[in-house]
Write a protein that binds this ligand. Sequence first.
Ligand SMILES: Nc1ncnc2c1ncn2[C@@H]1O[C@H](COP(=O)(O)OP(=O)(O)O)[C@@H](O)[C@H]1O
Ligand SMILES: [Mg+2]
Length: 421
Amino acid sequence: MESIQAIKQRFGIIGNDAKLNRSIEKAIQVSPTDISVLVTGESGVGKESIPKIIHQLSHRKHGKYIAVNCGAIPEGTIDSELFGHEKGAFTGATSTRSGYFEVADGGTIFLDEVGELPLTTQVRLLRVLENGEFIKVGSSKVQKTDVRIVAATNVNMFEAIKKEKFREDLYYRLSTIEINLPPLRERKEDIHLLFRKFASDFALKYKMPTVKLTDDAIHLLVKFRWNGNIRQLRNVAEQVSVLEQHRTINSATIKNYLPETGSNLPAVVNNSKSESDFSSEREILYKVLFDMKSDLNDLKKLTMKLMETGSSSEVQKDNEHLIQKIYGEDKDDDFDSSIENLEVLAIPEHSEVDDTTEQDTDDKYHFAEEIEEEETLSLHDKELELIKKSLERHSGKRKLAAAELGISERTLYRKIKQFDL
Ligand SMILES: Nc1ncnc2c1ncn2[C@@H]1O[C@H](COP(=O)(O)OP(=O)(O)O)[C@@H](O)[C@H]1O
Ligand SMILES: [Mg+2]
């Protein structure tokens, strides 16, 4: 059996924490069997390495390894993604398709964020776990597959069961063995080790000398709460490596990279996610409202321009960017350099950001904007809050935050500037 140290090296896992070692040891022990494993731990603790270790050390290592993020697949298509569908099963099913459970026959499937699976899919999953049987969507033929399941979650499954969002029988079936990864704040000894590793990786990547921490900076990092865990630490190491001229970093400098909320506050017991169903629904509604408002404002601008010039081809040429935003996919390259030229603003407020484009529109337009302002203000606060939360959740990673908010990275960048975040 490969030693824990060798596995860590092979899978790029840094740290000597006893709990981390125990988790890796468990993964090694369970790998030769077909037992289902549930990996638990907060977001960013490194859960994704565990199923990889299990697959690579198992007799399935030459079979397929498929990682599925259950939270990222729309509810309407998840059954078809996992189990496949027959031709004509639903509108758009123009041919028969194999799902992951068929494709991964003889291999391993990693079901990340398994707590997000819809209840109907949970029923199908339970069946496949119990006897290897599944049925394609729109078919009546029972098929067999031989797949090993490793699942992961960062939500409190007991709470999900209590709220009837997760089937208890499936939970027990999935978690025959549970491997829990400790949060970074409980692995204080590993913090500097991880920072040094990331700093040296980024120095190599960006061809710059490696940043070094002073003792007081190390002390600050060790005391910090790291709600985003290793993902957040990696992010901080990257930002510091790229942005700091002086390569010796003291506590005053590193402080600028840490969100204030995280420092020494007492731990909020477990996941906010599991408790905030109502607030996340509200967030979704706000988001829909912002998106609609943003589209409406864009359309208003286009209409005004059309009315002014009376030439659709000219407007089309001059407003390619705007049209693209409303009707098509955003191209996100180069958003930094184009920021000054942006004509579209989701919700016009504080005049400095958009008065250049509004000057030449007529009174009617201004009037329309004015009567909107009151409701806009409170929406603004909500939007600000939404963006802040999302950035926090993703440790400042704009790409992830933008994806979560359903806006382009460029739009997010613009909003960060607008709100002075
Ligand atoms: N022990 C570790 N050593 C080095 N990098 C790690 C370690 N744990 C996590 N990471 C890195 O942190 C990031 C988050 O890990 P990930 O497995 O995606 O977290 P989770 O799935 O638990 O949210 C990844 O970039 C991963 O490579
Ligand atoms: Mg993950």
